[in-house]
Design a protein around this ligand. Structure first.
Ligand code: SOE
Length: 391
């Protein structure tokens, strides 16, 4: 069976998630489209890189990502670094003929995303952006129902991504709160996950109308290092710096197919953990999904008899998307890891079959255009058209 040599850039939270996925993918999906081989991991912090080599079972490590891109034995470059580094690494990797898995969001700006998309297209490499939540089997089941026409014409939808890990003002000013590193706050970090899911489920966005807010105006400085996601609080002697990104983003959406909806994203919602939800209404039925109950999809079909019509729970398992590879009993428990394993499977399958998968860099570019329109709308307090992709 073909092997695929991986070079990973970044040794933090996403490096762990992706490393587990490389190890687990062949155990769930056999015969695997290829066997991932964890060759090199890079991090600017040598201590982190050295530790990650051991912890995530790579053959070697480096502090220089160019060693990975320039290594002729590397097939795939996996970008697990903060958003401001994605473009330089991805464009160099594409020009070196490497297939690329890049963490979300794709880039800081639509211009960077366009350059990344064109570099990948012109060098004929397969790409994926790690919007993993769409690969939850229950989300794929919703897509199956929609594509089969079981919900009829889609009328409206609403999505949320609510967390509370940065609701405490003593949560540090990590890279996720510095515009020159992250691009935007809740919108880019978590709102784009819901944008990806609802583009996938309902269709392309035509125009948006948004509001953003920054509730916590300054935070304790965090000097580089891994983002502790609010689990490490700074004491009140630590100097503070202003926050220049959104804490909250709420926006309305008109889709090209006429569907109308809204999305809310904030990391300051006390009591909400990883509260990714959507509810979609069609002329023949509705679906509701809550990632915190991710084995379940709530469904209601208009042609149910009137004395028994209502939302009922479908528990995903072997008879549902990816069921041939995942656990053999419904509701045995899909986890975050399984969504990353499915992501890796689809990415490697696309490479092996020299096909395309999604979300790829073209989708990532489209999402950057949507994010930019959202921020413009919030600034101008008006509806803003989402530009077409410039091929
Ligand atoms: C922080 O909000 C975060 O780690 C996001 O960056 C991830 O994309 C999401 O999957 C979990 O929360």
């Amino acid at each position: 069976m073909e092997k695929m040599n991986i070079g990973m850039v970044g040794a933090g939270f996403m490096a762990k998630a992706h490393s587990i996925a490389y190890a687990g993918m062949p155990m769930f999906f056999w015969p695997a489209p290829a066997i991932p081989v964890k060759k090199i991991i890079a991090d600017v912090n040598e201590t982190l890189a050295k530790e990650a080599k051991e912890k995530f079972a790579f053959e070697t490590y480096t502090t220089n990502w160019q060693d990975i891109v320039n290594d002729p034995n590397i097939d795939v470059v996996d970008i697990c670094t903060p958003n401001n580094t994605h473009a330089e690494i991805a464009i160099a990797a594409a020009k070196a003929g490497k297939h690329i898995l890049c963490e979300k969001p794709l880039s800081l700006t639509p211009s960077e995303a366009k350059d990344m998309y064109i570099a990948a297209r012109d060098n004929k490499v397969t790409t994926m952006v790690a919007f993993n939540y769409r690969r939850t089997p229950a989300v794929q089941l919703a897509k199956k129902y929609i594509d089969e026409g079981a919900l009829g014409d889609i009328l409206d939808f609403r999505g949320t991504y609510l967390q509370d890990w940065s609701a405490d003002p003593s949560s540090p000013l990590s890279w996720r709160f510095q515009k020159d590193i992250c691009g935007s706050g809740a919108l880019g970090d978590i709102g784009t996950h819901v944008v990806d899911m609802l583009r996938f489920l309902v269709g392309d966005f035509a125009r948006v109308n948004a509001r953003t807010a920054t509730y916590i105006k300054d935070r304790p400085i965090q000097n580089a290092g891994i983002d502790s996601l609010g689990n490490v609080k700074a004491d009140n002697t630590t100097p503070r710096k202003p926050v220049d990104v959104d804490d909250q983003c709420i926006f309305m959406i008109e889709c090209k197919n006429g569907a109308f909806g809204s999305i809310e994203a904030t990391r300051n919602a006390w009591g909400r953990n990883n509260y990714i939800t959507f509810e979609i209404h069609g002329t023949k039925g509705s679906v509701y999904f809550n990632y915190e109950r991710r084995d379940e999809l709530q469904v209601c079909f208009a042609d149910d008899k009137s004395d028994r019509r209502g939302f009922r729970t479908v528990y995903t398992g072997p008879n549902h998307p990816y069921g041939d590879g995942l656990w053999p009993i419904p509701a045995l428990g899909i986890g975050y890891t399984e969504t990353k394993i499915v992501e890796t499977y689809d990415f490697f399958k696309a490479i092996a079959e020299s096909g395309e998968t999604s979300p790829n860099f073209r989708d990532g570019y489209a999402i950057e255009l949507i994010s930019d329109a959202i921020l413009t709308s919030a600034r101008t307090r008006s509806w803003v058209e989402v530009p077409e992709i410039e091929e």
